[in-house]
Design a protein around this ligand. Structure first.
Ligand code: ADP
Ligand code: MG
Length: 700
């Protein structure tokens, strides 16, 4: 494939945005902050809203509170200040009989845009102001710009950044559309456009920026969203095809004997959902194509049991298996769980952590390399860094919610034998369908929705500050009865030290005050792994009755008697995160209770917490979360740049996504190398956006 540089020289849209008339080097620098670097970026910078000019009226016939346009001559320009110290710019226009006053707050510099005697048009919603009409923040244009036809139009409102005004951006956009619009090649094959009733790209771009009606703008945007999703889905379909072409994974067929032996180890029958997941995995392992399956289920839904089934299958076939966790604490947690399941088995197993002595570590690595260890548990970081396996057959990765396309691409490089292991990713964050179909589109997904029997919903409620001390009294009583409590303080990465202090202060305050009769522990992310582990041990054993902590306990921590939770400043957590936290106390035989304190002052935050109190189902919450925050936010890794969804993020409705996915799969099935002439532009765009990111080799 031609290099990126070569592409650039052929494609006028890849030119620097500074060459668009009205931009220039200085504004180009500012536009960078909006991730606009090339002409294409500019064309695809979509308005966040529109404003209307409204009908052209004479001043005498104005109607209050309706968007309208009036023409007149500037008869007064005045900057005054209000009692509260605001500046008010007032520009009055007259048609010879009546006047309209345009008013701007705190923008005195705009005064220089006006001259006495000049003809201007004001657009906005007028109010009758005692003796004359007033319009706050009118749109100002020259009279020659006000034709009847244009007045019907809508004007784009763009996201702005310092150094660029709305007017300048509109002007630049108009120029860009004029100069480059016709040379934007349509990525979508004509047949597909017809079939899906989508406008061509030049039309869509023009209409999304300067539509005649909102409906037209929406239709245009839909087309652009579809295009973005389509390109991603083609990339994912290609990746999947590429994955299928590799056929060097061990073939492991689960026999009835193996199945029986594994199931004996569980002290329970698998649920129907678990059995379905096992069936998917069994089918995958029986093929030489490396399994790439995502197992998603709510916290406590029984994923680990399914993972154990898979691990033991590989071991039954004399392959090694590895279980990777994102943190040491979690790796230990898995180690405990596995030891419970494997108590009666002869599986040779090993926990690989950062604090092994150099000698022990070397010993362990040698044993693994010689194939004397069947099962290794550790963190992703350690195992990926320096472990060579003799015969690795399966990797289970518990990614919890720290996943990403890039990370996943690097995992399977652990084997000395040259064989590729099968690969199962578990996630405890229920993934909304929009996200599953985009970010994880190249994986097979198994979802378990129904938890094992005997799960209780967690009673969740918002507690008014006034009832704090009553709640503390109640909690102390319950702890004395043998229950355990988490008190979670928020942790936001930018101010981590502050948050740690918040946890420390809460700890000191409680220890010397309301919780003085309780053995209280403190656990946060700034502690060393040993300290964390020691505290967790004490909590697990019940030596500690309550634990003040941050969201470090969010994932994987499993203590049956911990059925109480207090979350401080709950408004600072996202819905999915809150749900993860609450999952920590839904495991015991006693129904959990979760109490939220909040300083929420925005309707949005209040709405979020109300949803959380009402909804227990993690999938439903995840859908709400994605809807409220967008797909990027959902992963906590919102960053633009090549490969991210710029337009579709948060807007994509599932229908459009499913269409784009179907169409992409059809395309790749019919023309896997994208050789046909009408697929060249898709091919180029796929490579440009995802080639490196997904390591797409096949169509290179
Ligand atoms: P997850 O990994 O999805 O959070 P786990 O596999 O750790 O869930 O299971 C949570 C708890 O439920 C564990 O204590 C486990 O022993 C128990 N469990 C799992 N599957 C079943 C089942 N089929 N029947 C009864 N209990 C189960
Ligand atoms: Mg688990």
């Amino acid at each position: 494939m031609s290099s990126a540089a070569e592409l650039a020289t052929h494609d006028p849209l890849e030119r620097s945005v500074q060459y668009v008339r009205g931009v220039g080097p200085r504004r180009a620098e500012c536009l960078r902050r909006l991730d606009v670097v090339t002409v294409r970026d500019l064309l695809y910078l979509l308005p966040r809203d529109y404003e209307a000019f409204g009908r052209v009226c004479s001043i005498a016939s104005l109607t209050p509170d309706l968007q309208q346009t009036v023409l007149g001559e500037v008869v007064d320009i005045e900057v005054r200040s209000t009692a509260s110290g605001k500046s008010v710019l007032s520009v009055t226009i007259s048609d010879g009989r009546y006047i309209v006053e345009g008013v701007w707050f705190n923008q005195p510099f705009r005064a220089k845009d006006f001259r006495y005697g000049q003809q201007v048009a004001f657009s906005g919603k007028p109010r009758w102001h005692g003796q004359h009409w007033q319009i706050v923040n009118p749109i100002v244009r020259r009279p020659e710009e006000v034709t009847e036809q244009q007045s019907a139009r809508l004007l784009p409102i763009y996201p702005l950044t310092e150094g660029i005004t709305q007017q300048a951006l509109r002007y630049a956009m108009q120029n860009a559309l004029q100069a480059y619009g016709p040379s934007v090649g349509d990525i979508l094959p004509a047949q597909l456009r017809t079939q899906r009733g989508l406008p061509d790209v030049a039309t869509a771009l023009y209409q999304v920026h300067f539509p005649e009606t909102l409906a037209q703008a929406q239709q245009a945007r839909r087309r652009l969203v579809y295009e973005e999703l389509f390109v991603l889905q083609v990339a994912l379909a290609l990746k999947k095809r590429e994955n299928q072409a590799v056929q060097n994974a061990p073939v492991m067929k689960v026999t009835p004997t193996i199945d029986r032996r594994i199931r004996q180890l569980f002290g329970f029958d698998l649920t129907p959902d678990q059995n379905r997941a096992v069936a998917h995995i069994v089918a995958d392992l029986a093929r030489p194509v490396p399994m790439r399956r995502l197992l998603q289920a709510d916290v406590g839904a029984g994923k680990t049991a399914v993972a154990v089934y898979a691990l033991l299958t590989a071991i039954a076939y004399k392959y090694q298996a590895a279980l990777l966790a994102p943190t040491e604490v979690l790796a230990r947690q898995h180690w405990h769980t596995l030891n419970r399941y494997l108590a009666k088995s002869r599986v040779r197993r090993l926990l690989l952590t950062g604090n092994l002595s150099a000698a022990r570590r070397k010993e362990a690595l040698v044993a693994i390399a010689k194939g004397e260890v069947d099962l290794v548990v550790g963190t992703q970081a350690i195992i990926q860094k320096d472990v060579q396996f003799a015969r690795l057959g399966l990797v289970v990765i518990d990614e919890q919610h720290r996943f990403g396309v890039l990370q996943r691409a690097q995992v399977c490089k652990l084997n000395a034998s040259g064989q590729e292991p099968h690969y199962l990713v578990m996630t405890a964050t229920p993934i909304p369908r929009t996200v599953a179909l985009t970010v994880f589109g190249d994986l097979d997904v198994t979802t378990m929705r129904r938890p094992p029997p005997g799960r209780h919903p967690v009673r969740t409620q918002l507690v008014p500050e006034a009832e704090r001390s009553r709640l503390y009294e109640y909690l102390c009583q319950e702890i004395h009865k043998g229950r355990q409590l988490f008190i979670v303080c928020p942790l936001v990465s930018e101010t981590e030290s502050q948050d740690v202090r918040a946890a420390e202060q809460t700890y000191d305050m409680l220890r010397t005050g309301p919780f003085s009769t309780i053995r209280l522990g403190l656990l946060h992310g700034r502690m060393s792994d040993e300290t964390k582990e020691e505290i967790m041990q004490r909590f697990r054993r019940g030596t500690l009755g309550a634990l003040v902590t941050t969201s470090v306990i969010e994932v994987g921590i499993d203590v049956p008697r911990a059925t109480l939770m207090v979350i401080e400043q709950a408004e600072r957590f996202g819905l999915s995160q809150l749900h993860q936290l609450r999952g920590r106390i839904s495991r015991g035989s006693v129904a959990g209770e979760c109490y939220l304190f909040s300083n929420a002052h925005t309707p949005e935050a209040e709405q979020r917490l109300a949803l959380f109190c009402r909804i227990q189902d993690g999938f439903q919450l995840a859908e709400e979360d994605a809807r409220l925050r967008g797909i990027g936010e959902f992963f906590g890794t919102r960053q633009h740049g090549p490969g991210e969804l710029r337009i579709a993020d948060g807007l994509a409705d599932v229908d459009l996504l499913v269409q784009a996915r179907e169409d992409a799969q059809t395309l790749v099935r019919e023309d896997p190398a994208l050789r046909q002439a009408e697929h060249h532009l898709v091919r180029r765009e796929v490579l440009r956006r995802y080639g490196a990111r997904l390591h797409l080799a096949q169509i290179g």
